[in-house]
Design a protein around this ligand. Structure first.
Ligand SMILES: [Zn+2]
Ligand SMILES: [Zn+2]
Length: 241
């Protein structure tokens, strides 16, 4: 679809979305003009407040956790708005696979709020999607979330600096080290990032292997700092061992 056609379609969807009273996507209750009712919005699982600043997993004192001290990932910081679990998993699924773009605001806003408290990066980079996946899905979920955040926080958005070269097979069931090996060489990046602070935006961080790999590439292109900004972080199931 051309850009203009896409813009027209999006504004029509937006208008329809704001005019029609509708039901909460989670519980079916009346939700006025929002995708979620007030009860469901209040119940969303926020990420732990005492978390390791590097990997965002819960850490008693909010200090860098043992795993990150022992084997620091290539990213320096992780911001996670939610803990991955019900009902965030449903929302992300509806957004990603059913293409319900009305959920972008709900997913992006809490992350933007966290990010606004941090020093501003020079560049916001949505996690690139492999062209085959992009064709299948029709949109890159990370880019859709990154767009409003880039606008709200006034951070330049990079849409084509990095490419996904390999469509990595599913990572479920693989150990951290195997996942790391699995994503090696998955990205190419031709941007000169000398001294730049980059934030990479992804929908979900599971072990962090993919974010680690893209951060490694960004650092090799000169990035001085890479932060991972994710909508949801899978809670620890000893992922780094
Ligand atoms: Zn509800
Ligand atoms: Zn950590």
């Amino acid at each position: 679809m051309s850009n203009i056609a896409e813009q027209i379609l999006n504004s029509c969807l937006n208008i329809a979305h704001h005019m029609l009273p509708h039901t909460c996507v989670l519980c079916g209750a009346y939700a006025s003009t929002q995708p979620l009712c007030t009860n469901c919005s209040a119940d969303l699982p926020l990420s732990p407040t005492a978390a390791c600043p590097v990997c965002a997993l819960s850490a008693l004192d909010g200090k860098v956790c043992g795993a990150c001290l022992k084997e620091p990932p290539a990213f320096d910081l992780t911001l996670a708005a939610f803990s991955y679990g019900f009902p965030i998993d449903r929302l992300l699924h509806a957004f990603k696979y059913a293409g319900d773009l009305s959920l972008v605001g709900i997913l992006a806003e809490p992350l933007a709020r966290l990010a606004a408290e941090q020093p501003k990066p020079d560049l916001l980079l949505p996690m690139p999607l492999h062209p085959v996946r992009l064709r299948e899905r029709g949109f890159n979920q990370s880019l859709e979330i990154a767009k409003p955040i880039s606008r709200w926080l006034d951070i330049p958005l990079s849409t084509d600096a990095c490419q996904r070269m390999r469509d990595t097979p599913t990572q479920a069931g693989l150990k951290w080290r195997e996942r790391r090996r699995n994503v090696r060489g998955a990205f190419a990046c031709d941007l000169d990032l000398n001294g730049k602070k980059v934030a990479v935006l992804d929908d979900v961080m599971t072990t962090g292997a993919t974010l680690n790999e893209i951060s490694r590439i960004l650092k090799s292109r000169g990035a001085s700092e890479v932060s991972a900004w994710v909508i949801a972080r899978t809670p620890a199931e000893s992922p780094r061992r």
